[in-house]
Design a protein around this ligand. Sequence first.
Ligand code: 1GP
Length: 269
Amino acid sequence: MIPDEGLLNYIIKRTDGCRHITLIDPGKQSAEIAVRRAITAIEAGSRMIFIGGSTNTPNEIVHTTCLKIQEELELRIFAASQDPTINEEYWKIPIILFPGGSHALSPSADGITFMMLMNSKARKFLINEQLKGASYLEKYNIETIPTGYLVFAPGGKVGEVGEASLIEENELELVYSYALTAKMFGFKTLYLEAGSGSNKQVNINCIKEAKKVDELCLIVGGGIRTPEQAKLAAEAGADWIVTGNLCEELEDLDKLRKTLEELITPLNN
Ligand code: 1GP
C-alpha cells in the first residue's frame, strides 16, 4: 500500500531515523506463510516489505505473494478505519519488488527498486535486464525507485550471479566515487549489499563514506542478524536496514515478532 505522502517521499524522508525493511523470498515459502510473516514484521515495526531473492522464481508465485499481502493490508486498513485508536496510516506499508532481473515481477506491487548493479562486469545487470523490464513496468504502472546497487565482499550469491567486482572494505575512495556517481545519475537510493546470508555485514566505514554524499538514501543489507549489527549500520548512516534470512529462519511468529522488535526498536533511540 502506498502511504499518503507518496512512495518516493516516504522512502527518502529522513525524519524517522533508521527504518527497517523485511525481505521476503516468495520462492522459499507459500504465499500464506509470506503474508503471516509480513504482517508480523509490520506489527514489530518493519516499515517496508521487499519481495525478491531467489533467482528464477516464476512471475505467478511472486504475483500471488504480492497480491495476498496487499489483500491482508487492505483488511487491516479497513479495520483501522473503524477503530479510532488505530492509525490507518500504520498499515500503509509499501510492497516493493526487489528483483534479480526482468523476471519475478507483479502488477500488485507498489513499486520496484529499479536498479543498476553498478559494480557488475556484465552489461546484463548494468542495463539489459532493465531494458527488458521497462515496458512491463510502464504497462502496469509500477513506480520505479531509481537505485544504485553495490555489492561488497564477500558478496555471496548475488556477487557471483551479478558478476560483481566486489568492493573491499578498505576501498573507501571507490565507495565515495560510486556514491557520487549514483547521485549524478539521479538515483534516489543507494543499496549497499554484503550478500544474503553473508558472514560479514557491510563495513561501517564504507557506509560512512557513502553517507558523505548528501541526498542519497542509503539502504544497507546482507548478513545483519543482531540488534548490535543493525545499530552499528544505523549509526554509520543507513537510512534503511534490510534483513532477509533472519526472518526466513524463524518459523514461530512470536519469536519472529520478538526478534524483530529487539532489532528495530533501538534503531530510533
Ligand atoms: C539480501 O541484503 C539482503 O539482498 C538481506 O540479506 O538475508 O543476509 O539478511 P540477509
